[in-house]
Design a protein around this ligand. Structure first.
Ligand SMILES: [Zn+2]
Ligand SMILES: [Zn+2]
Length: 373
């Protein structure tokens, strides 16, 4: 079997047996088996799911990370190797990322005696719920690592295209819940209450002014109200309305301003309408900040490998890789996967043609990074 076919077969096997975040037991067993069969050294970390392996000898360690979890989505892609696990799907392409890093592992193993140090391979569980990176770090997976690299496939880019950027890349992903409590009334006698539906409506409109009137137009910010719930019939004004939404930013100062303005607007409307408004703010995944030097290095190696390279736009989504970059430098990169349907779509179908080249790229990237002082 060719190297390319081996990687495609592994990817398809993972694709047929997707598992949700934190439940990647069979996926872990498969990856362990494939790595062990190729003679790789597994590190004895105590992990419920996920695998860490290492190649080479010496002080210096470069890490490559793949994520291995899938999503609660019923697959409609129609591919012959569709999910056997109904309601669960590799709709983010983590099966592709895993096969890329498995391929890099085989290539590096073949060059083990020439490596100027060690390459550590992190097959990370639970990316989608942003808990896996923390678990691997706690287990010790970053010990002695001097730089870390990882990828996401990018359905909007053609195969053979590579993009990254230095500095902020993926977003801070925060969530808010706002509870408006007023006084209910008969729908025909609104003067006897203070209609929380009208207050909540004002709130939705006023929150739109944060992005348009409080933040520099050159900074990135999204404020979206995604749920609004209140009332249960046509002739009663309710007592309560609840709103929920998300805020995306790339900069901690902007993030703080948004949080502060939401509270101020809520307090102002509460006072104006004589209601009680409570805001709960939940900090989610942090912004992913690529090291400038390693991002430029990753781009240069991609160019030499024959990729069409470009500077990536900012992503408004979150990525758990950000947590590694809080402790050690490195770079996260995008590789074109040319899918008509996007990430997290039930018909997502990345082009497998990217896998072999990406595996060769990551092997070269790790080997060359070991040579950098
Ligand atoms: Zn995802
Ligand atoms: Zn993903």
């Amino acid at each position: 079997m060719t190297f390319k076919q081996q990687l495609i077969d592994w990817r398809r096997e993972l694709h047929q047996h997707p598992e949700l975040s934190g439940e990647e037991v069979a996926t872990t067993a498969r990856i362990r088996h494939w790595l062990e069969s190729a003679g790789l050294r597994l590190l004895p970390y105590s992990l419920a799911t996920g695998v860490v392996a290492e190649i080479g000898q010496g002080e210096k360690v470069i890490a490559l990370r793949a994520d291995i979890d899938a999503l609660p989505i019923h697959e409609t892609s129609g591919v012959e190797f569709s999910s056997h696990n109904d309601g669960v799907m590799h709709a983010c392409g983590h099966d592709v990322h895993s096969s890329v890093i498995l391929g890099a592992a085989l290539l590096l193993k073949a060059r083990e005696s020439q490596l100027a140090g060690r390459v550590r391979l992190l097959f990370q569980p639970a990316e989608e719920n942003f808990t896996g990176a923390k678990a691997l770090i706690k287990a010790g997976a970053l010990e002695n690592v001097s730089a870390i690299f990882g990828m996401h496939n990018e359905p909007g880019l053609p195969v053979g295209t590579f993009a990254t950027r230095g500095g902020a890349f993926y977003a801070n992903v925060d969530r808010f819940v706002i509870r408006v409590t007023g006084k209910g009334a008969h729908a025909a006698r609104p003067q006897e209450g203070n209609d929380p539906i009208v207050i909540a409506s004002q709130l939705v409109i006023a929150l739109q002014t944060i992005a348009s009137r409080n933040i520099n137009t050159l900074d990135s910010v999204v404020v979206s109200v995604t749920r609004i719930q209140g009332g249960n019939t046509w002739n009663v004004l309710p007592e309560n309305v609840e709103l929920e939404g998300t805020v995306r930013t790339h900069n901690a100062d902007v993030q703080r301003v948004v949080e502060k303005r939401i509270s101020e607007i809520a307090a102002g409307l509460a006072s104006a309408f004589g209601a009680h408004i409570e805001v709960d703010w939940f900090n989610g995944p942090i912004t992913l900040i690529n090291d400038e030097k390693w991002a430029a290095f990753a781009m240069q190696v991609a160019k030499e490998a024959g990729y069409q390279t470009q500077t990536s736009e900012l992503h408004m989504g979150g990525e758990d890789f950000a947590v590694y970059l809080q402790s050690i430098p490195g770079a996260f990169v995008s590789i074109g996967s040319a899918s008509e349907y996007g990430l997290h779509h039930s018909a997502f179908n990345p082009d497998e043609a990217l896998i072999e080249d990406a595996a060769r790229y990551f092997a070269t990237l790790a080997e060359q990074a070991l040579l950098i002082k």
